[in-house]
Each structure stands twice: as C-alpha cells, then as structure tokens.
Ligand binder design. Structure first.
Ligand SMILES: [Zn+2]
Length: 185
C-alpha cells in the first residue's frame, strides 16, 4: 500500500490518478494575456510562411472555481506533413512527455491548444480525436489563414472545449467567456 507521503514523492508520470482528477469544465471565464497570445501567433505565422500548420499548447492555472488563467505558450517539437487529406502536424510521444514534464515543473496544467489551418478555422475529425490536451474542459483554438492576419482575423477564430474524448463543444455554446487581454498585457 502506498502512503500519501510516498505518493507525493513519486515522479509526475506515476501520479496520473491525481492529474486525472483535474476537470476544467466548470471554469467558464478563460483569461488569455498577450504574453501567451503574442508568442503563439508569432510561432504560428512562422510555420504558416513555410506552408505548414503549427501547433502550440497553453499552460494554465486555476484561479478560482470559475476562472482559468492561461500562463504560458509551449511549442512542442513537431513535424509537419502533407497528406492526401490535407496538412497534418505530428507530435511524438517523447515530445509530449517533455511537454507534460515542463508544465508539471512550472505548476501549470496543459489547459489549451492552438493550431492553424490554411484557410477556414474549424475542428476537423482529426482535431476531435487527436488533441494534445486531454483534460475535460480543455480549450482548443483554431486560427485561420495560417495566422497571417494575427489578431485582425479574431472574429473568424474557432474556439472549442473538450466535453469528453472525441467530443468538443463550441465554447460560446456552453457559456464560456474568453477574455483576451490587450497587447502589452
Ligand atoms: Zn485542424
């Protein structure tokens, strides 16, 4: 039997039961500071200029029972592919491991993901079933036009939240409020 003291000393990847209890569904207020959004758009634009989709993951911290603050932008090592069905970004298991360890060491949770599409923003079937964030209530943002318009295309950005494995809701439909803080914040 494992005592609580022993459990606390386990490395993060053996503490999955504790991690699995995090559920973000009830957090309706989502705060996105410029310190997270600006590097996100910068990376996505760089990838887009090469004709690649890009993928980043946002670390977050729960502030209270309603509010989740995004606190960092993490770029996982990724490989872009062109397939018969379109573009695809692959993040392998080692890169995911590094990402989760980095969030854990910073006291953050992998609370959101952002990726680009060449044209319109929506969640494809692949997006539904192969996310990089897996917590219930996690955010997924899709940015159109390889993010080349930056914030100017914000009215066409598509925001989703994970209901359960494979099923995402449009964030607005379930009462989520996204607070994008101004540039420089
Ligand atoms: Zn997609």
């Amino acid at each position: 039997m494992t005592s609580p003291a022993t459990a606390r000393n386990l490395p993060w990847y053996l503490r999955h039961e504790e991690r699995a209890t995090v559920d973000l569904t009830s957090h309706r207020e989502l705060v996105v500071p410029d310190s997270v959004l600006a590097p996100t758009l910068e990376f996505l634009q760089e990838r887009g200029q090469l004709g690649h989709e890009g993928f980043v993951v946002w670390g977050g911290k729960v502030v209270d029972e309603d509010t989740l603050h995004f606190t960092s932008c993490y770029v996982p090592q990724q490989t872009a592919h062109k397939t018969a069905n379109g573009l695809l970004v692959v993040v392998d298991g080692v890169a995911l491991f590094r990402m989760n360890r980095a969030f854990y060491e910073r006291g953050e949770i992998a609370a959101g993901q952002v990726h680009t599409h060449p044209t319109d923003a929506y969640h494809s079937s692949t997006d539904d079933h192969f996310p990089l964030v897996t917590l219930c209530g996690a955010l997924s943002l899709v940015v159109p036009d390889f993010a080349r318009h930056g914030r100017a295309s914000m009215d066409r950005w598509a925001w989703y939240r994970l209901r359960e494995h494979g099923t995402w809701d449009l964030a607005a439909d379930i009462g989520s409020r996204i607070h994008i803080e101004p540039e420089g914040s």
